[in-house]
Ligand binder design. Sequence first.
Ligand SMILES: N[C@@H](CCC(=O)N[C@@H](CS)C(=O)NCC(=O)O)C(=O)O
Length: 202
Amino acid sequence: MLTLHFAPNSRASRIYWLLEELDIPFELNRMDFHPKDLKSDEHRARHPLGRVPVLDDDDVRIFESGAIVEYILARHAPGRLKPTVDSPEFPVYLQWFHYCEGMVMPPINTIVVHTILLPPERRDQTALEQARRLLGKALAPVEEALEGKDYLIGEFSAADCMLGHSCIMASRLGLVTDDMPNLRAYAERLLARPACAEAFAA
Ligand SMILES: N[C@@H](CCC(=O)N[C@@H](CS)C(=O)NCC(=O)O)C(=O)O
């Protein structure tokens, strides 16, 4: 049985979403997004930094959302939500899958730190503006890639659970601007999928 260690409004929604899309049953360990839960000894034993998501699969324990997605596809859903290695979509899938944590999440993290997490007196306006500029640059190629497409590689794939999740987060933080109509429509399209809506509501 799979157990997902989860907190709302976090990257753990990616895994919840994927498992729902795949119709794979799982148990949910729902914690508060608060140090009392995430930095507890119990959770630090699961993740050395006290972060989510973490997945348990019987005697396997794994953290890092991208690695968890790959693990679930490989062990529990071979051939699903991922293009075959020899297809033209495969490198595009890999690219957007990894672009998420590599390029889009770092500026989003900075923005969240300097608008929500730090107390007002410790927020740094220069770092915030720089991160906003960087995020705009990072989202521009995604906006372009979505032209004429419903999903990143055309068909819905696990890359959408990764990068699409970040696009929804960016949209909710008011960071998807009027000059990004494809991204706006994409975020709405994803949230219209019952599995995605459920993951974000959990
Ligand atoms: N690269 C990691 C990032 C994990 C991460 O930073 N998770 C955040 C939630 S989105 C977290 O647990 N934050 C709690 C904290 O920093 O205390 C992944 O993709 O799983």
